[in-house]
Every structure is written in structure tokens, then in C-alpha cells.
Design a protein around this ligand. Structure first.
Ligand code: GLN
Length: 306
């Protein structure tokens, strides 16, 4: 019944395809077929529900910011991370240069915007940049219960070639002492992290770990401290959909994170993890049809936490 409900929802929301645009500022993403919409839901009853193109691959993009934040918390604890990367919403687009006259301070950034995520990459522990990224990739695989997850090399190279704004943000951070280590190496970790290839089921599984405060589906093993899920889920509620987070909180009302690859990860605390994919974005850079699916799902199943 749930699977049929999701099928109907996907079919209905395919009607929104054509109203948005696939991301083009990363040339490789412009090649995505817009006619894709998929969903996977993993519920705490242990059941997995799938509909549409749930198995199609896409790059994780900004959804990885949740995993970078988690890795930074695991490696350094709450106090250390909070001191370096602020937690207040910027109310600005994800790639904004958010600073006032005077100096750039940690309170001007948060983990869900590019500046914060780039700064967090330098907080991941590891002797070399390669080791830092391997640890992040392994955490991603663990949370997604999928050890086959890899980087999409074409998207990675495309981002690296064209990511001038991110480079500018990183150098600005460095000039104010908000980034540790070699800027180009930290950026490389960020570009690779954004280019990790996933599908809806992977995102649903990662979302599940946050909804269950650190446990994998059908397992008792705790992957991370419950306290870190509280931290991440709260930030997702206020900043996960960038400057569309307030509207999303009213209409959907669950912690969620979007990426310009078209993915959205939803977290319904204690109930379910959700993975959605549709490449066309709205003007804020969030999956347009994906948000419609979440809105309808939330209303039908009373998912809003508010
Ligand atoms: N890799 C993208 C960027 O840095 C991620 C942005 C996003 O998904 N919103 O611009």
C-alpha cells in the first residue's frame, strides 16, 4: 500500500518537471536528464519502500555537508566545532560571501553553506588530505550501508576546473584564519566530497541514521553519538534548504538537506529516513519536484515536527 502511494505521488509530481532547471554552473551537471524522479523511504519499522527512478545515480553535492559536519563532530566534539563554524542561519544563498564590513568571523558561516563546509573539511582528522577524504568516504559508505559508493570522477574534475567561487571563498576563509592547512588541498577534499555518487536508497539510509540518532537500519550498533544527531538535525531544520529553509519548515516541517545534483535527504526523527532525486532545481538550488513530493508526503503522513 505504501509503495503504491509513493508510485502515485511520483507520477503526480512528474507534472512539475519542466518548471525548474538543472544546474549548469558545474558543466558536467548540465548533462543530467531532467526527466527523473525517484524516492526511497526507510522506516524505523525496518521496511524499505521505493518508487520511480530510485536507483538512478546522481552526485550527492551539498547533502554531503551533513556527513562532513558529522565527521567534524566525531573527530573534534561539539564545543570545538561550534567555536569555529557558527550555527545561525545566514538567510543567504549557499555560495554567498557572507561578511559585513570588518572581519569575517566564524559566526558569519554555518555548516550548511559552502563557506562553512569548506572550513569543516579542514577539521577532518588525517595525516594526509588523501586520508582525510578516505575517512569521509568510508563514513558515507557506512551510513548508507553501501560499500560500493565512489566518487564520480567527471563531476569532480568539472567542479575542480570551474569552482572559482569556492576557491575565492576558501582563500577568504584562510585570510581570516578560519581554515587550517593548505587551501588547495582542503578545496580538493570539498570538491571530491560533493562528487560522491549516490542514489535515493543511499540517501534514505543516511537519513535513517540521523532519524534513529546514530543507528543503522535493522542493527543495534551505534555508529555515532546521539548528541551529534541532535546537532545535525537542528541545523538541517534551520539551514538545510539554504535561504528556502523557512518556507520549507512551514510546508514540509522536517529536517532535510538538498544538493544541486537534485538530491534531498529527509530525516523524520524516530520515524524514517527519506531519499529523493529529481535534477531540476528551483531558484534557490533545491530540487523543485523533490520538494513537491516531500510536501505531499508530509501532509498525507503527518510528518511535520511542528
Ligand atoms: N558542489 C556544489 C558547490 O560547491 C555544492 C552546492 C550545492 O549542492 N548547493 O557549488
Amino acid at each position: 500500500m505504501m509503495e503504491q502511494f509513493l508510485e502515485n505521488l511520483v507520477e503526480e509530481c512528474r507534472g512539475y518537471i519542466g518548471e525548474g532547471n538543472v544546474a549548469t554552473y558545474i558543466p558536467e551537471l548540465a548533462k543530467m536528464d531532467p526527466n527523473q524522479l525517484g524516492i526511497c523511504v526507510i522506516s524505523t519499522t525496518g521496511k524499505v519502500y521505493r518508487a520511480g527512478e530510485y536507483m538512478n545515480p546522481f552526485t550527492i553535492q551539498s547533502v554531503v555537508k551533513t556527513i562532513i559536519l558529522l565527521q567534524a563532530l566525531i573527530d573534534n566534539g561539539v564545543d570545538f566545532v561550534k567555536e569555529r563554524i557558527g550555527v545561525e542561519a545566514t538567510g543567504k544563498p549557499f555560495d554567498a560571501i557572507n561578511m559585513r564590513a570588518g572581519s569575517l568571523e566564524s559566526q558569519h558561516i554555518n555548516p550548511m553553506v559552502n563557506m562553512g563546509a569548506i572550513a569543516m573539511c579542514s577539521l577532518i582528522k588525517g595525516k594526509t588530505e588523501k586520508e582525510k577524504f578516505e575517512r569521509l568516504l568510508n563514513l558515507t559508505r557506512k551510513l548508507a550501508c553501501n560499500d560500493k559508493i565512489e566518487v564520480n570522477q567527471d563531476v569532480y574534475l568539472s567542479e575542480k576546473r570551474t569552482g572559482h567561487k569556492n576557491r575565492a571563498l576558501a582563500y577568504l576563509l584562510k585570510s581570516y584564519g578560519l581554515i587550517e592547512g593548505d587551501v588547495d588541498e582542503v578545496l580538493d577534499t570539498y570538491f571530491k566530497a560533493c562528487s560522491i555518487s549516490v542514489n535515493c536508497e543511499d540517501l534514505a539510509c543516511i537519513g535513517y541514521c540521523f532519524c534513529s540518532h546514530g543507528k543503522l537500519p535493522r542493527k543495534e550498533e551505534r555508529v555515532f553519538e546521539s548528541e551529534y544527531a541532535t546537532y545535525v538535525n537542528a541545523i538541517l531544520t534551520t539551514c538545510g534548504m539554504y535561504d528556502g529553509s523557512g518556507e520549507f519548515a512551514i510546508n514540509v516541517g522536517i529536517p532535510a538537506k538538498s544538493g544541486v545534483g537534485g538530491g534531498i535527504m529527509g530525516v523524520v526523527p524516530t520515524r524514517m529516513g527519506i531519499g529523493i532525486f529529481s535534477p531540476e532545481l528551483d531558484e534557490k538550488g533545491n530540487s523543485l519536484a523533490g520538494i513537491r513530493v516531500l510536501e505531499k508526503l508530509s501532509k498525507e503522513m503527518y510528518l511535520s515536527i511542528f
